[in-house]
Design a protein around this ligand. Structure first.
Ligand code: BJW
Length: 235
């Protein structure tokens, strides 16, 4: 079976990485909407770099949790793609083989010249004065509000071909990632794993099975059943 997991900040919450919205979803008083924009970068790049430097450090110190590890285990029997909105590398460190990052990767840096180059950067800080070969300032390789989401077009056919979709730890408040769920084929099982029960963002023709639990608790059992299942349904 082709299984696609669309993940958001909630899957990394139990690894100690804060979510964006709701309790704890602030960074020193900043909302992500105020810091993760090209305008913020233009007017106050130092604050933007500090925001990402502190988050890069948090990611480097974190470990994949039982949720990330369970998803990787699914590959023993199924063709699995993880489409994540997260910029952390916890799916990769849990050994998921096919991970598509819609909103970029914090361990990479990108030049700000006309033909931007992406480079592996690792856990160290990016500071003003870190330049690419052609002399432009480096920035985190992430997608800010108002910027295009280049990986979106790669995600569309992957979702559209899924036999099973898992939607894990995302509020589905950010476009265009939020619209991907609507592209699932009618009737396919959709495992929605999120302690929040507000279905406002979840518009789909699939058959939704809600697990209102933290991902690290719920996913190991769900994965065990999917490894046994012939139909992909949680019977
Ligand atoms: C748990 C849990 C546990 C907790 N276990 N679960 C007005 C209307 C509509 C759209 C727009 C509008 N104005 C502007 C827009 C467009 C804008 C947008 O959507 N804005 C909204 C805020 C309204 N989008 C854009 O600008 C995007 N670009 C764009 O649209 O370009 C045009 C385009 C058109 C067509 C095709 C392609 C492009 C770019 C969006 C970039 C978003 N970037 C960020 C920052 C990235 C870098 C960084 O990380 O700093 O991405 S914002 C932030 O939100 C981050 C996340 O990936 C993203 C989504 O958040 P997520 O993952 O859903 O987290 P939360 O915190 O919201 O939810 C966590 C969930 O976990 C909750 O449900 C909890 O209950 C749950 N949970 N513990 C399981 N233990």
């Amino acid at each position: 079976m082709k299984i696609v997991a669309l993940t958001g900040a909630g899957i990394s919450a139990e690894s100690g990485i804060a979510t964006f919205r709701g309790a704890g979803g602030l960074w020193e008083g900043h909302r992500v909407e105020d810091v993760a924009t090209p305008e913020a970068w233009e007017y106050d790049p130092e604050t933007v770099l500090e925001f990402y430097n502190s988050r890069r450090k948090a990611v480097a110190e974190a470990f994949p949790n039982a949720g990330h590890i369970a998803l990787a285990r699914l590959e023993a029997k199924h063709e699995v793609t993880v489409i994540t909105q997260n910029i952390d590398d916890l799916h990769e460190r849990a050994e998921s083989s096919h991970v598509l990052h819609l909103h970029g990767e914090i361990m990479k840096a990108r030049s700000t010249c006309d033909f931007p180059r992406v480079m592996n950067w690792g856990a160290r800080d990016i500071v003003l004065g870190d330049l690419c070969e052609s002399g432009s300032q480096l920035r985190p390789h992430v997608v800010w509000f108002g910027e295009e989401v280049p990986e979106y077009m790669r995600a569309v056919p992957i979702i559209a071909q899924a036999d099973v979709l898992m939607v894990i730890g995302t509020s589905l408040q950010v476009y265009p990632a939020s619209g991907l769920v609507e592209l699932a084929r009618p009737g396919i099982p959709i495992y929605w794993v999120d302690p929040d029960s507000d279905m406002a963002g979840l518009s789909t023709a699939g058959e939704v099975f809600h697990f209102p639990e933290p991902a690290a608790g719920a996913l190991p059992g769900i994965v065990d059943r999917l490894l046994e299942s012939q139909t992909g349904r949680p019977e």
